[in-house]
Design a protein around this ligand. Sequence first.
Ligand SMILES: Nc1ncnc2c1ncn2[C@@H]1O[C@H](COP(=O)(O)OP(=O)(O)OP(=O)(O)O)[C@@H](O)[C@H]1O
Length: 325
Amino acid sequence: MESVNLKKRSKFMKYHFIINPCAGGGKAWTAWHQVQTALAAKPGIQFDHATSQYAGHPRELAIQAVQRGDCDCLVVVGGDGTLHEVITGLIATQQEEPLPVGYIPAGTGNDFARGYRIATEPRQALDQILTNQHPHWINIGHYHDFSRECEGIFLNNFGIGFDAAIVHATNHSRAKAFLNRHHLGTFAYIYKAVRVFFAQPAFRVVVDNDGHQRTFNHAFLLVASNHPYIGGGVRIAADQRIDRRELELVVVEKRHWLTLLWAMLMFASGHLVDSRFAHLFRGTQLRYAVTPAQYGQIDGDEPGKHPFDLALDCCSYPLWQTPLW
Ligand SMILES: Nc1ncnc2c1ncn2[C@@H]1O[C@H](COP(=O)(O)OP(=O)(O)OP(=O)(O)O)[C@@H](O)[C@H]1O
């Protein structure tokens, strides 16, 4: 994918907003109203919008925007799941000159905004888009799962085991909608994390590290990251950068519940990578397999519970948004 002609777009751009009104328990809808007010105060900015009506619709709206060809930048108002869907749709269209994306974060976790340094205040995030002058190419994780013969991307992370079981438990919790509505989504994660900690069994991971196999028979947490943050701001890959063509894989083992508890406390405090409990692998390509069946999470979405046989590599996509620093 080339960045040809993207520079000339900085003036007279037309923005197409895609809003997921349900993201963040309705936070995105409030954010969109703030964005609309801010746009109304800036005459001359051309924009239109579409509201997603169901899960999967953001992807379809992104593809339709490319097919119409009547905008210069797609702006997502929603959570990381909505952004993931939109970029998946855009990559699927295989545009010669990719339509750049801006993001107004309004989900529960907003890890992508932390990783790319986007303000969580909608008007400030909008300014980062409107004042931007050139495309910023970000790294994106691409996976092929040979166990199910499917592929896809991740902007944040692809987790298997502990974090994915928390995502599963939280997503299927009856309290989630209530807690989100009252901006208490983080408590739902913590509550489920404690329960999963005791319930989650160890599993087997075989990592192919440049032709040398490393086997972990008691893996508990396995996360491939594209930037440092997971689970609403926990630092799991401290040195990872979203503008660097690289992925980081961390494996944590369950040897004894006390050492695991210590590792999980290091994880929660953002110091896991400094601990002796974490095994790190870095590269533009990663290859590993997991047995038996485990929960997975891809940017917070659930591919289901099954064995994984994964090959990861990197691709890139342009954002039209200046990072905060
Ligand atoms: N109108 C809609 N009704 C229900 N779901 C929708 C609608 N529009 C989009 N979705 C789906 O909602 C899902 C979750 O969105 P998203 O991840 O952005 O919000 P969130 O879960 O609140 O935020 P976070 O991922 O930060 O926790 C996406 O898969 C998206 O397809």
